[in-house]
Design a protein around this ligand. Structure first.
Ligand code: AMP
Ligand code: MG
Length: 414
């Protein structure tokens, strides 16, 4: 049996980021960019006006006051999008709209409110300084500047920036194809009749949902019987995937054959059994070079093992730098008593944020077959090996497994 840390580091040592692919800009949202992005042009491309008003030589406005405005000749009208055709000389001005290019000769803008039009002339009531109400070429982005760094997760602002730079297709890390195989003679698929004895393979779906939540692609391979032939055939069809997940068949039962297959020629078993609860019987290795996680069959064990080991692996393949869920310290709301075991405990918990602190309580019955304990959980309290008792009021570490917790910026909060 190996520790959680050792298991994770052995797994991550064998996992490598996939290559990148070009996708349509909007499909890049939430994905990891595969290259540094440099600006091919200045944004804005030219000096332009930040206000509706008059483009002037700032020197000419110096004597302007409310009582004695400076009177200037209006030589041109420049709406946004128009290219100026005249040079502004001494005593001249061009009427200009927000975003329109500053004409040559001008070096400042006087706002509409500080002017009064009078036929072909305009009265300017206030002096302006050089560059006043102008936006300079390249003031947002300078040509050649690195604007997005390889490894960044693309958020809406990045998508807007890439659009501003004219990148309709962008390089992002590929999504791994993750094969999911349930094993067990007791299982039926979701729309089959389970009769009185069989159970529906919920793992096939919880695992597929976890894969989707990571942003990867699930390849649902259904259910294999607990026979060598059936398992081999199913694993054969999993070989086109980037990662293979099986559930069940890794304990010490007579029909637990997944480990045996991992030990066959051409495959490899790196380790079996991790000092954690739930999730002890995890087997990790590869099938002809493709990473294989032999997840335990119990519904909670398979999900918790996925959280600890598969999720970071998938994220690493997708180019993520931060592979882990957020962790917080929370105040335990009840006593928790455990059997003394040299295993790390992951207690399903409800976490809340109250008056500036996190609070956590277990979701009740913690058996590894109690899927409801995961349904109710938004966090996992992590207790160290050999813990036997944690008292109410103790500060504990909690992994947040969804983003439902935390102070929300409601209008009252703001
Ligand atoms: P195993 O590790 O194969 O012994 O499976 C342990 C227990 O997990 C079984 O007795 C089933 O009750 C349950 N189980 C295994 N596979 C699944 C599955 N795909 N969906 C739901 N429960 C499962
Ligand atoms: Mg089984």
């Amino acid at each position: 049996m190996i520790s959680v840390e050792k298991a994770l580091s052995e797994i991550l040592n064998t996992i490598h980021p996939l290559g990148s692919e070009k996708v349509n800009i909007l499909e890049g949202l939430g994905r990891v960019i595969g290259e540094d992005i440099y600006a091919p042009r200045n944004i804005p491309p030219k000096d332009n006006s930040a206000m509706d008003g008059y483009a002037v030589r700032f020197q000419d406005t110096a004597p302007a006051t409310q009582e004695k405005p400076v009177i200037m000749e209006v030589i041109e009208d420049i709406p946004a999008g128009k290219i100026p055709s005249k040079i502004v000389g001494p005593g001249q001005t061009a009427r200009i709209m927000t975003g329109a290019p500053i004409p040559d000769g001008a070096n400042a803008v006087v706002r509409m409110e500080d002017t009064e039009k009078d036929g072909k002339t305009v009265k300017i009531f206030t002096p302006v300084t050089q560059g006043y109400d102008m936006r300079y070429a390249g003031e947002d982005v300078r040509q050649g500047e690195r604007i997005i760094t390889k490894g960044d997760i693309l958020k809406p602002a990045d998508i807007g920036m890439l659009a501003a730079l004219g990148r309709s297709f962008i390089p992002v890390y590929q999504k791994p194809l993750v094969a999911i195989l349930a094993t067990g003679d007791e299982l039926v698929d979701i729309d089959e009749n389970p009769g009185p004895w069989k159970i529906i393979s919920s793992n096939s779906y919880s695992l597929a949902a976890l894969v989707l939540e990571c942003g990867a692609i699930p390849l649902q391979l259904g259910i294999a019987k607990d026979t060598r032939e059936d398992l081999l055939a199913a694993f054969e069809s999993a070989l086109r995937a980037d990662i293979i997940l099986s559930s069940g068949g890794v304990s010490v039962g007579d029909y637990d054959l997944v480990k045996d297959i991992m030990k066959e020629v051409g495959n490899r078993m790196e380790f079996w059994r991790v000092a954690m609860k739930p999730g002890k019987p995890l087997a990790f290795g590869n099938l002809r070079g493709i990473p294989l996680f032999g997840l335990p069959g119990n519904p909670v064990s398979s999900m918790v093992s996925f959280e600890q080991f598969v999720r970071p692996s998938i994220l690493k393949m997708m180019g993520h730098q931060n592979l882990y869920r957020p962790a917080v310290k929370a105040i335990l709301q009840e006593d928790i008593e455990l059997k003394q075991e040299p295993r790390r405990h992951f207690i399903r918990a409800t976490v809340s944020w109250e008056e500036g602190i996190y609070k956590a309580a277990s979701t009740g019955e913690q058996g590894s077959g109690i899927l409801k304990s995961m349904v109710q959980a938004n966090g996992l309290i992590v207790l160290s090996e050999d813990t036997v008792m944690v008292k109410k009021g103790t500060e504990v570490s909690v992994q947040l497994i969804d983003n439902s917790v935390g102070q929300r910026a409601t209008p009252e909060y703001l």
